[in-house]
Design a protein. Sequence first.
Length: 400
Amino acid sequence: MGKTGLTSEQSAFQEHARRWLGENKPPAPPMRLPLMAIEVMHEAQRDYLQAWQRRCYEAELVGTDVPREYGGWGREGCQRIANQEMSRAGTPFMINIVGLTMAVPTILVHGTESQKKLLIPGALTGEEIWCQGFSEPGAGSDMANQQTSAVRQGDDWLVNGHKVWTSLGHFAKWMILITRTSKEHKYDGLTYFVCPIEGHPGVSVRPLIKITGETGFNEVLFEDVVIPDSMRLDDVGKGWTVAMTTLTYERGAAEGAGGGGGGADPVQRLVALARQSWRDGVRASDDPVTRDALVQQAIVYEGLRMNMRRAKVPALNDHPMRLPLQSKLTSSEASQNAARLGVEVAGLHSTLYKKDPKAPEAGHWPLAYLNSYGGTIAAGTNEIQRNILGERVLGLPKSK
């Protein structure tokens, strides 16, 4: 272990990742990309991002720590390095975010050998897009209130119900799906499946339009959908346990199989915006209040980076799950505050949206601010996250 805290293999891999990304960063796409993978709407966006994920996979930057027998590269502790280097280089994000950060790690923990060999390789290359079937009209953060039913019929299950806020559902081949298999038990009555989506009989995908005008997520309806029992993950009635594994990865408390990239550093982007924004003949970057706000935002992001480093050193952590569990909470609120600051810095120009040719940065900041609320809701609202931290880390009693 060197001074960087990396093994010799990890240091060599870091060099490889930096060199490859420096030589292979893709040119700007011919179309506008959304801010996040979950908002990919059009086939042109999908095709561009799928091609980029495929290249990253072939460079061993995706599926880095996944065993080779399941299509990965069999390294140890290198996926986080790959993600960090892609983010540092400002490369495009991975389109198959649900597959890489949720489905693959969950299947590795709970799947059978045949499931791992069937499902993981296509998720790593990006050839097979995944979506998540957790939320329902009456079961958002209250995930145990699932009503989509699965009834056993021999070697198959008959599924009926309604899922909502299903990101990438319109492009997905597979869905990770929670169903209710028993009404007698709230938690033990849930069972977890992998469900075919694309072209599967009885599955209907309908787009939902957000306040941003984008349609990256959907509602999915199931009408007498047949799922083979071979597509069940873990035992009947263990759906809650499997879902907790998924949420551990979704909330950033454990490393998935890829997901780096996503554009320029937000603080650098804010500073550039302030230098280009004028108020009464004075640049925003010369305003002391604005400068202080920019510094405060930079401190927050530096704190997030240092927490990521600290989380790797057990002796520096008073509770082994505190920093991992707070990751989603702190990062989503930091993103929201950065977007809000961008709107404030742009001033009146922030009223110009993404189709206005005079909008600063093609309307990035108002779009980012509207989108930021999704981050504080997804994977369980931030209020839910605070409850989890209070109960599991601080040892506070459960709230009623």
